[in-house]
Design a binder for this molecule. Structure first.
Ligand code: GDP
Length: 526
């Protein structure tokens, strides 16, 4: 216990993730409405990038600019401090989202009842699974016809590889949707298709009571009873610890657009979702309640205005209390730094704060001192782990197009990579630089920024690669042999780690077969 325990324990820092269009923005907004952080619907801007804009990335950045303001939305609710971290919806920024997930203590996944589990959800869930992040599922758009809820739960279990446990259950759907039985609170939440904020709640400990028919049609009542019986028979009793370990995901049903099921989700969330959790550093595990401050940079947002080469570095506070104007150690530089204008994000606005606690996110104005993964502490030598790079999906050689500007180009590449815009691999065979991204857009971003911020010109040349794998082996001779045999395909990432560039799925499979002593990893941390 520390003097900050109370502050820290009331914090809930989480992200809402979904495939675009499932209702993430709508749900975020409704949570803010319930939290009293905003007062009108429509106040939260979607950071969704309009499809038409894919070829014009400046337009995209403009649209994405709003996402700085909405990067973190904090509000107080029922004695808790809630920090919602926004994640970009556009898949070309998936890497950003992955990193954001390293800064949260739990996650809410929104699923569209008609569409079920979609591609982006699957990918994001992989990261949650890897990190054992507790997740709650919100099945949205129950006012529309969708999949049978039992089928949907099976689909979630199968596709997301997680066990589920419904904590509410829908009564019909679409036009005939009547609400949910809230298993968690043992209440009947009745739905009226309007935008009202208050749901009619009826205590209902025993749904076998004939009272039920006073609220819903007999056919629906019968169905609800047999559904609940089935649920109790099939799904294990809900257990908070299993949820906290990331082994089971409670599921809620509702309609964010109609404010339905949102308050119930929030009420359960503040009860069961974890307060800031211990974070692993290379040296030791850091407990949030330690007195000394520590935190790490998980995101850097560059200012797109070329006249202001400033960025905001986002810090997740891992322990203790952060104070404005205090001296903190920038571990990589080994020097002390002071921050006179750290910002916090309260719903719609950004403001300078004097203090912040473990679990909070603060923004530090930066002119190039930080890179992703940097640690700040009260003085201790700590290096936080868990910010893996993932194998990119697209690769291109980057070449200098202006021989007079080679230095600028190299500096630009280095800084953009530190910001986490993309990944750099240097081929050890021919020394050529390869940039790996998750989407075409990032190549455009890099080219534009190199020119406008560094005065350097680059050109892209095609390279046909399937995946980048970080390799290791306990058997040094086998590792050396592999590197020799695959010399043309060996590269190092920007930290100097060995990376094997496989040019096809088949070649990778063969390599895995032929070199059993080598471990192939698709993320940089293992
Ligand atoms: P995001 O891409 O996940 O942020 O999705 P949005 O929140 O922008 O929602 C996508 C679309 O679905 C919007 O047109 C919303 O109005 C709509 N939507 C969100 N929630 C619901 C809901 O509960 N029912 C219905 N019918 N539409 C919804």
């Amino acid at each position: 216990m520390s003097q900050y325990s109370e502050e820290i324990e009331r914090r809930r820092t989480f992200a809402i993730i979904s495939h675009p269009d499932a209702g993430k923005t709508t749900l975020t907004e409704k949570l803010l409405l319930f939290g009293g952080a905003i007062h009108v619907a429509g106040a939260v801007k979607s950071n969704k990038i309009k499809k038409t804009a894919t070829s014009d990335w400046m337009e995209i950045e403009k649209q994405r600019g709003i996402s700085v303001a909405t990067s973190v939305m904090a509000f107080d609710y029922s004695g808790h401090k809630i920090n919602i971290l926004d994640t970009p919806g556009h898949q070309d920024f998936a890497e950003d989202t992955f990193r954001t997930l390293t800064a949260v203590d739990s996650v809410i996944i929104v699923i569209d009842t008609a569409k079920g589990v979609e591609a982006q959800t699957r990918k994001l869930m992989e990261v949650c699974r890897m990190r054992k992040t507790p997740v709650i599922v919100f099945v949205n758009k129950m006012d529309r016809d969708g999949k049978d809820p039992f089928d949907l739960l099976d689909e979630i279990e199968e596709e997301l590889h997680i066990n589920v446990r419904p904590l509410s259950w829908p009564i019909d759907m679409g036009q005939r949707f009547r609400g949910v039985y809230n298993i968690y609170e043992q209440k009947l939440n009745l739905y009226t298709p309007s935008k009202q904020y208050v749901t009619e709640n009826v205590e209902f400990k025993d749904i076998n009571s004939s009272e039920l028919e006073n609220y819903i049609e007999p056919g629906q009542a019968e169905k609800l009873r047999s559904d609940i019986e089935l649920i109790e028979g099939v799904y294990p009793e809900f257990d908070v610890d299993t949820y906290l370990k990331g082994d089971i995901a409670p599921v809620f049903f509702g309609s964010a657009l109609n404010n339905f099921g949102v308050k119930e989700l929030l009420d359960c969330f503040i009860n069961i979702a974890p307060s800031p959790r211990p974070v692993s550093a290379v040296e030791r595990v850091v407990d949030p309640e330690e007195e000394a401050f520590s935190g790490f940079i998980f995101k850097i947002h560059a200012n797109m205005d070329p006249n202001h080469r400033s960025c905001i570095a986002f810090v997740k506070i891992c322990s203790g209390r952060f104070e404005r104007n205090a001296n903190y150690k920038h571990v990589r530089f080994g020097k002390m730094m002071r921050f006179s204008s750290p910002t916090a994000f309260m719903a719609q606005k950004k403001e300078v704060v004097d203090e912040a606690f473990a679990g909070d996110i603060i923004g530090l104005p930066d002119t190039g001192n930080f890179k992703i993964g940097d640690t700040l502490t009260s003085g201790e030598e700590l290096h936080f782990k868990g910010l893996p790079s993932f194998s990119p999906e697209m690769f291109k050689y980057i070449e200098n197009a202006d021989p007079m500007k080679a230095k600028q180009l190299n500096k630009g590449i280095e800084q953009l990579m530190d910001e986490g815009v993309a990944q750099l691999f240097t081929n050890q065979f021919n020394g050529r630089k390869i940039i790996g991204t998750v989407g075409q857009l990032q190549f455009e971003v890099i080219q534009y920024r190199l020119l406008h911020e560094y005065g350097a010109q680059c050109k892209w040349e095609p390279i046909s690669l399937y995946k980048a794998c970080w390799i290791e082996s306990d058997n040094t001779a086998a590792l050396e042999n592999f590197k020799r045999r695959k010399a043309q395909y060996m590269a190092v990432d920007k930290e100097g780690r060995d990376v094997y560039l496989a040019d096809s799925g088949y070649v990778l499979m063969m390599a895995q077969q032929d070199f059993p002593d080598i471990k192939f990893h698709f993320t940089s941390e293992f």
